[in-house]
Design a binder for this molecule. Structure first.
Ligand code: HEC
Ligand code: HEC
Length: 338
C-alpha cells in the first residue's frame, strides 16, 4: 500500500468520508428526523421573514436571546423551557447559507422567545422601537428612529405613531412606521412559544427552590399555604410598560388608571373583564387596543385581585378593595358566557 500512492489516497479518502458520515451527517439527519416542527407552529410569512432579516441587520441579537433555558430564572420568559423542535422551522436559505436560529448569548434586554404572546400590542412596539424611553423610562435600549418616516400628511394605510411630545425632538410632521418597521413588528409578533402536542410532558425548570420550600412549610397536606401577592410588583411586571409606574398612562396611547372611572367603580366586574379579555372601547379617543393581559400572562384570581387593589389604593385613587373570591367568581362567569 505504501508503494502505491493511488491506493493510499483512495483508502484515506474512503476513511475520511466514512468518518464524516458517522460523526456528522448521520447524527444530523437523525436529529432532524426526531425534531419535526411542533404541530401548533407555522412557518414565517414573507413579511415576517423580511422582519427577521431586519432583526439581524439592526443587531438586535447583541442584547436579546431567543432561548428559554430550563433554569428557574428563565421561567418569566416562557411557558416552558425551549426544546430542539422549537427551532425545527429554521430552514436553509439556500445550499450555501444556513438560516440563523438567533438563539443569542447576551441578555442585556429580555428574552424574546415568547414576546408575541407577552406583548402583542402594535402601539407599544412601535413607540418602543422609535424610542424605548417613551414607554420604559429607564430603558438602555437604543432608539431605532430610522425605521420611521416623517410625513406632512398621512395616507389612510399609513401606521402613524403617537410619540409623546418630549421624544419628538421638534419634529412637527406625522411619524409613520416604514415598511421595515412593520416587517420587524410582524416578526416580533410571530415569536410565540407553542404548547407541546397532547400529553407530552414539558421539561421542567430546574432548581425551583422557593416552591419546594413553600410545599414543605405548608400547614396541612391538603391546604397549601396561600401565597401572599405583591400587587405593586405584579403591576410593575404586567401593566407598567403601558400604564406607567405613576398610573398616568401615555397621552394618545395608553389611558391613565389614576382617576379612571373603571378603577374608581366599586364594582370590579368591568375591570376584571378588561384584564382578562382586553379592551378596545376607547380607540376613537386615540388610545390603542389593550391585549388580554391577564389571559396571556396566566394571572391567577389572587394575582389579579392584588393588582386591582394596588390600582385602587394608589395615585390618589381610593375605591373599595376586592377579594380573590370576588375576582374568581367574575372570571368563572366570563368563561361561562364565552
Ligand atoms: C444595547 C442593547 C439592546 C439592543 C441592541 C436592542 N435592545 Fe431591545 N431591549 C434592551 C433592553 C435593556 C430592554 C428592556 C428595557 C425596555 O423594555 O426597553 C429591551 C426591551 C426590548 C423589548 C421588550 C421586551 C419585553 O419583554 O418587554 C423588545 C420587544 C425589544 N427590546 C426588541 C428589540 C429589537 C427588535 C431590537 C433591534 C431592532 C432591539 N430590541 C435591540 C436592550 C437592547
Ligand atoms: C400593551 C399595553 C397595555 C398593557 C400591558 C396593559 N394595558 Fe390596560 N389598557 C391599554 C390600552 C391601550 C387601554 C385603552 C383601550 C381602549 O382604547 O379601549 C387600556 C385600558 C385599561 C383600563 C380601562 C381604563 C379606562 O379608564 O377606560 C384598565 C382598568 C386597564 N387598562 C387596566 C390594566 C391592567 C390592570 C393591566 C395589567 C394587568 C393592564 N391594563 C395592562 C394598554 C395596556
Amino acid at each position: 500500500m505504501y508503494n502505491n500512492h493511488k491506493l493510499l489516497f483512495a483508502l484515506a479518502l474512503c476513511f475520511f468520508v466514512a468518518l464524516t458520515m458517522f460523526v456528522a451527517i448521520i447524527p444530523a439527519l437523525d436529529i432532524q428526523r426526531n425534531n419535526a416542527p411542533l404541530p401548533g407552529s407555522r412557518p414565517l410569512t414573507k413579511l415576517e421573514t423580511e422582519g427577521k432579516i431586519v432583526f439581524i441587520a439592526e443587531g438586535c441579537i447583541a442584547c436579546h436571546t431567543q432561548q428559554v433555558r430550563n433554569v428557574d430564572m428563565d421561567k418569566v420568559w416562557g411557558l416552558r423551557p425551549g426544546i430542539a423542535a422549537d427551532y425545527a422551522r429554521n430552514e436553509r436559505m439556500d445550499v450555501w447559507r444556513n438560516t440563523a436560529t438567533l438563539m443569542g448569548s447576551e441578555r442585556t434586554g429580555p428574552d424574546l422567545t415568547n414576546i408575541g404572546n407577552r406583548q402583542p400590542s402594535t402601539v407599544w412596539h412601535l413607540m418602543h422601537l422609535y424610542n424605548p424611553r417613551s414607554v420604559v423610562a429607564a430603558s438602555v435600549m437604543p432608539s431605532y428612529a430610522w425605521l420611521f418616516e416623517v410625513k406632512d400628511y398621512n395616507f389612510p394605510e399609513d401606521v402613524t405613531v403617537n410619540v409623546p411630545e418630549e421624544f419628538r425632538k421638534g419634529i412637527t410632521g406625522k411619524i409613520v412606521a416604514s415598511h421595515r418597521a412593520l416587517a420587524l413588528l410582524a416578526y416580533l409578533k410571530s415569536l410565540k412559544q407553542v404548547p407541546l402536542p397532547g400529553g407530552k410532558p414539558a421539561p421542567i425548570f430546574l432548581y425551583a427552590k422557593n416552591e419546594a420550600a413553600a410545599a414543605t412549610n405548608s400547614p396541612g397536606k391538603n391546604t397549601p399555604a396561600k401565597p401572599a401577592y405583591n400587587g405593586e410588583a405584579l403591576y410593575a411586571t404586567n401593566c407598567q410598560t403601558c400604564h406607567q409606574g405613576n398610573g398616568e398612562g401615555l397621552l394618545g396611547a395608553f389611558p391613565p388608571l389614576k382617576g379612571s372611572k373603571v378603577v374608581l367603580n366599586d364594582n370590579p366586574e368591568v375591570q376584571v373583564t378588561i384584564i382578562m379579555q382586553g379592551y378596545n372601547g376607547r380607540v376613537s379617543e386615540g388610545y390603542g387596543i389593550m391585549p388580554p393581559v391577564g389571559t396571556n400572562n396566566n394571572l391567577s384570581p389572587g394575582e389579579i385581585a392584588a393588582i386591582i387593589n394596588h390600582e385602587r389604593g394608589n395615585w390618589g385613587n381610593n375605591s373599595k378593595k376586592v377579594t380573590e373570591e370576588e375576582v374568581a367568581k367574575i372570571i368563572a362567569s366570563l368563561k361561562k358566557s364565552k
